[in-house]
Design a protein around this ligand. Structure first.
Ligand code: ADE
Ligand code: ZN
Length: 347
């Protein structure tokens, strides 16, 4: 029997959570064209093939330029609804039972779109995702770290109107030159208002940015965190406190954080006892959704069924679900593995 196919099915069907997905990064070129047409917006590329040919990134900033320009087609609440629902349907097909979604309001308010337009569109889809697809979700609002503190403060103020619907505040966009300390005060205000906090750190930036995110922004989770490995004390702290790191293999490959997935640090991180999970980051741009990320990294690093199981459990453990919900989902993973593991022969 073909082992790759069996592992493929095992990955596809295992219950899992996705915790690091930028909803704007799930905008497929086909939908970009469709939405542009109904909004009477001209796209500078002639075809889907043309757009895909630009998805050849040299670094994070190179990607961000293309990603922000893709967002220009999103104008009305229906656009944000369609975008989010399409992701949720894809998630359902990949047995993602819970997702925690980032959105970048400043990308849209900077173009004159109202905060409420963006947020209401996304939230309506998340509610329908729960009702019709059975996917639970949380919404995380990110500040663009290349913009200033004042813009972040203004955005936080808008988020207060959605305190019940937005669980956490995050930090994304260009990392180098925009350290976490730039947002110390605004994250303090966010925590005072009752938001949880997360931050992208150690993707292109140094291990020190991960430390700052922990010490100054008091984050409950680090997004990426690859460069933490440069600092042994930091690694020990992350392991001891079981601070989750959301790892994005295909993103790391496409943004040249690693040049070959065979050199990806995930296995080392697991050996060091870090609480790591697999995520897709911006699946429409990086060549794969969650299952494709799992498959690529498992093949590159020769990970086992037990590793896949641990990563799936970690995804729930790292989530913002409450303890009961986490335990319920981890029990479901255990049940699944009990049923299907014996059928995988070559492990
Ligand atoms: N925004 C969308 N994807 C991102 C990434 N991988 N890093 C930082 N900001 C982002
Ligand atoms: Zn990201």
């Amino acid at each position: 029997m073909n082992t790759t196919l069996q592992i493929n099915d095992f990955i596809k069907n295992i219950p899992k959570a996705e915790l690091h997905i930028h909803i704007e990064g799930s905008l497929e070129p086909e939908m970009m064209f469709g939405i542009a047409k109904r909004n009477n917006i001209k796209i500078k590329h002639k075809s889907i093939e043309d757009i895909k040919n630009t998805y050849n990134f040299t670094c994070l900033q190179d990607f961000l330029n293309i990603y922000y320009s893709g967002c220009d087609v999103l104008m009305v609440a229906q656009d944000f609804y369609d975008l989010t629902l399409a992701y949720l349907k894809k998630a359902r097909s990949q047995n993602i039972t819970h997702c925690e979604i980032f959105f970048d309001p400043q990308t849209h308010t900077g173009r004159g779109i109202k905060f409420s337009t963006v947020t209401e569109g996304i939230l309506k889809a998340l509610r329908n995702g729960q009702k019709k697809l059975g996917i639970s979700s949380r919404l995380i609002m990110c500040f663009l770290r290349n913009l200033d503190e004042e813009s972040a403060m203004k955005t936080l103020k808008s988020a207060l109107n959605y305190k019940k619907e937005i669980i956490a505040i995050g930090l994304d966009s260009l990392e180098i030159g925009n350290p976490p300390r730039k947002f110390k005060r605004v994250f303090e205000k966010a925590r005072e208002a009752g938001f949880l906090t997360v931050a992208h750190a150690g993707e292109e930036g140094p291990a020190d940015y991960v430390k700052e995110a922990l010490d100054l922004l008091k984050v409950s989770r680090i997004d990426h965190g690859n460069n933490s490995l440069d600092d042994e004390r930091l690694i020990n702290e992350l392991a001891k406190k079981q601070i989750p790191l959301t790892i994005c293999p295909l993103s790391n490959l496409r943004l040249k954080i690693v040049y070959d997935l065979k050199n990806h640090p995930l296995k080392i991180m697991m050996k060091k006892g870090l609480l790591v999970s697999i995520n897709s980051d911006d699946p429409a741009y990086f060549g794969g959704y969650l299952n494709e990320n799992f498959l690529a990294i498992i093949q590159a690093l020769n990970l086992t069924i037990d590793d896949i199981t641990r990563l799936a459990k970690n995804s729930f453990q790292s989530s913002f679900l409450d303890a009961d919900e986490k335990n319920k989902m981890i029990a479901k993973v255990n049940e699944y593995v009990k049923k299907f593991k014996p059928k995988i022969s070559n492990q």
